[in-house]
Design a protein around this ligand. Structure first.
Ligand code: PRX
Length: 650
């Protein structure tokens, strides 16, 4: 139950001036559900179509006939929607405000300049033989050239696959192989927290590891002074490549359902999936949500502090804001470098109006008391946002009081790589806020809660979060594996999209996400499959078996707790613990570094050999008094050992 004091009404300043008030939201939401075709036909007019569409949608969620198409016979170019159409009246507006890792470094890039850079690089890609439909992998630091690379792909109809620059060579190679990608765009190194991150070294290793594809071109942006190996057969210098190109590159005419990008994300089974997004529906939805969720007005400076390697960076650093002619801030560094006041300083230095950041960053700053905002004015800020994981009310209130000066609404946006853009979210002028709740659905979104048998539950209740019906930003398939798409999202509950999240709905119809109900971890807002971590662990020569679970962590939201059974003859030791930590970092990346490794001579299994994760989660969470029924275990003694040795591991 929410007490009255935990409701934050719409501030008067918002009610008067925002795009929508409460009644406006209800009217628009109802229209979007009652007559979705008319609603989306109208909303899609915000996009410049080269040829208009006739049919709004053609969708079936039936497992055996699964297809999702929006605006299918329309033609457009996404990059032209983000650039060319602003040139007539807004060419000199700042498109990207880049803020460097080192304090005092920044760069403003106008729409005119960004358009020119994208055209040149697009011509460069063409000169390397990249064609419409080819998959281009981007492994870049947070520099404007990363945005240029993505938009250049969109301009020529190549499909970008951005791989977060924190991923290891193995993870990069796996994604290159899956996408059959022959072109890679990278930098010699990136800068983060005062240090160089040696990307090209990782790329060289990844290229050697690729099995299913042959890398033909590695375009290297020489960004820092760090030197790298150079393989003249495939390495191309970014500056040389663009210097030779013309500024003129006509935008390719793309079908609305032509792929725009692939982005890999983790699920509860198997390897990461290539989530495929297409052109017309995605850009319509990214742009519409960006405008309404952030109540965006032209000229404002909007900062989404995500990385371009995640969906948040795709939709809310790049595509949504640029489609709306916004000034989007791109920050290279980390929130605590050189010290914890950095975020506030950037806001003051650049007079930022909107800040959108992950709960994990908020909690890390909150751990410093009020130091992160000491001496800062923050008066330019008018709206705050969060995304990526549930935000605990305490962190919400700290964020509201410090950064928000108790005046700025907070939009807690729930969504997923798969949904393309925000799904459950407050709208600043329309929604009274409750700390910790992502509140209500965006236009066209039909959330429902179902029990484990798929029965829809009414009223104030808790259950599995599903979505009934499609929305334009929905993923269309798993790249190369439509069957896996059907099985992952449409087979648990018939004719519904299953999110993998649990949620509660309160008496006001507000949604409260309770977290994943599958074997997916959310560590500092990064999604990881336990199966992925486990298969990496058992690939180590000393490991016989491994099980990974999440446990509550004050800053990260969830920490990674690993149980390892070593091969006989291998003794547990601190050196072995370090070796396994390093192994996971090398196999997946630093985000997969375990917080706890517990040696387990045996794992709790049923008689049929299934690991009882429920018990492992309880032990990890230090709730050993709530283990529940252990009588179905093949060897209940295993649990006693785990409980007795927990303390030694943590
Ligand atoms: O569990 C939900 C959590 O993040 C998952 C999606 O992760 P990813 O695809 O990496 O996308 C993150 C950025 C959109 C969801 O299934 N999640 C995301 N936003 C929220 C959230 N949990 C609670 N509240 C949120 N606002």
């Amino acid at each position: 139950m929410t007490s009255k004091s935990d409701i934050y009404p719409v501030p008067a300043s918002y009610a008067a001036h925002s795009l929508l008030n409460e009644d406006g939201y209800i009217e628009m939401y109802n229209r979007s559900i009652q007559d979705p075709d008319a609603f989306w036909r109208e909303q899609a007019q915000r996009i410049d179509w080269i040829e208009p569409f006739t049919q709004v949608k053609d969708v079936s969620f039936a497992k055996d006939d699964l297809h999702i198409r929006w605006f299918a016979d329309g033609k457009l170019n996404v990059a032209a929607n983000c650039l060319d159409r602003h040139l007539e009246k807004h060419a000199d507006d700042t498109a990207i405000l880049w803020v460097g890792d080192e304090p005092g470094t920044s760069r403003e890039i106008s729409y005119r300049e960004l358009h020119r850079d994208v055209c040149r690089f697009a011509n460069g890609l063409k000169s390397l033989g990249v064609n419409k439909g080819d998959v281009v992998t981007i492994y870049m630091p947070m520099v404007p050239e990363a945005a240029v690379a993505m938009l250049a792909c969109a301009r020529i109809g190549a499909v970008h696959s951005v791989v977060f620059a924190g991923f290891s060579p193995e993870a990069l190679a796996g994604r290159m192989d899956d996408g059959q990608s022959r072109t890679l765009i990278t930098a010699n190194a990136g800068r983060r927290g005062g240090r160089s991150v040696m990307l090209k070294q990782n790329v060289d290793k990844a290229v050697a590891l690729c099995r299913e594809t042959t890398v033909e071109n590695v375009v290297v942006f020489n960004y820092t002074d760090d030197t790298t190996d150079w393989n003249p057969a495939i390495d191309r210098d970014y500056a040389e490549l663009v210097a030779a190109q013309s500024d003129d590159c006509p935008a390719e005419v793309m079908g609305a359902e032509d792929p725009l990008f692939i982005l890999y994300t983790s699920g509860s089974t198997g390897k990461p999936k290539g989530v495929l997004h297409t052109s017309g529906g995605y850009i319509t939805y990214a742009s519409l949500t960006h405008e309404y969720v952030f109540d965006y007005r032209r000229g404002e400076r909007y900062w989404c502090a995500a990385d371009i390697g995640w969906i948040t960076g795709h939709s809310y650093i790049l595509y949504g804001p640029l489609a709306n002619g916004a000034t989007t801030v791109m920050y290279e560094g980390v929130p605590h470098y050189p010290d914890v006041t950095r975020v506030a300083q950037i806001i003051d230095d650049h007079q930022i109006n909107i800040l959108y950041i992950a709960p994990t960053a908020i909690r890390a700053l909150m751990a410093e008391g009020d130091k992160p905002v000491a001496g800062a004015s923050l008066e330019s800020l008018r709206l705050l946002g969060t995304v990526g994981e549930p935000i605990n009310p305490e962190a919400w209130k700290w964020y509201y009081r410090t950064f928000g000066r108790s005046q700025c609404p907070i939009v807690d946006t729930w969504w997923q790589t798969e949904t393309g853009a925000a799904m459950l979210t407050p709208l600043p002028g329309a929604t009274a806020l409750k700390p910790g709740s992502a509140t209500r659905p965006f236009f066209g979104v039909q959330p429902a809660l179902v029990d484990n048998e798929g029965h829809i539950l009414d009223g104030a209740t808790e259950g599995n979060l599903v979505l009934l019906g499609s929305w334009p930003g929905q993923m269309r398939t798993v790249f190369g594996d439509h069957q896996r798409f059907a099985e992952t999202y449409f087979s648990t509950f018939e004719n519904m999209y299953f999110t993998g999240d649990g949620a509660r709905r309160d008496e006001d119809g507000y949604y409260w996400i309770t977290g994943r109900v599958d074997d997916v971890l959310n560590v500092s807002g990064h999604r990881m499959g336990t199966a992925e971590l486990e298969s990496a662990l058992v690939a180590h020569e000393a490991v016989a078996e491994a099980a990974v679970v999440g446990y509550p962590h004050d800053i990260k939201g969830q920490g990674i707790y690993v149980y390892v059974t070593l091969n006989s003859g291998v003794e547990p030791s601190e050196d072995m613990r370090k070796a396994l930590r390093d192994w996971l970092r090398a196999e997946i990346g630093p985000i997969a570094t375990p917080d706890v490794i517990q040696w387990a001579p045996g794992l709790p299994k049923t008689r049929s050999g299934k690991i009882m994760r429920r018990i492992l989660r309880k032990v990890a969470a230090d709730e050993c008094d709530q283990l529940g029924d252990t009588s179905t275990l093949a060897d209940p003694g295993v649990v006693d050992h785990l409980v007795a040795n927990r303390a030694a591991a943590t």
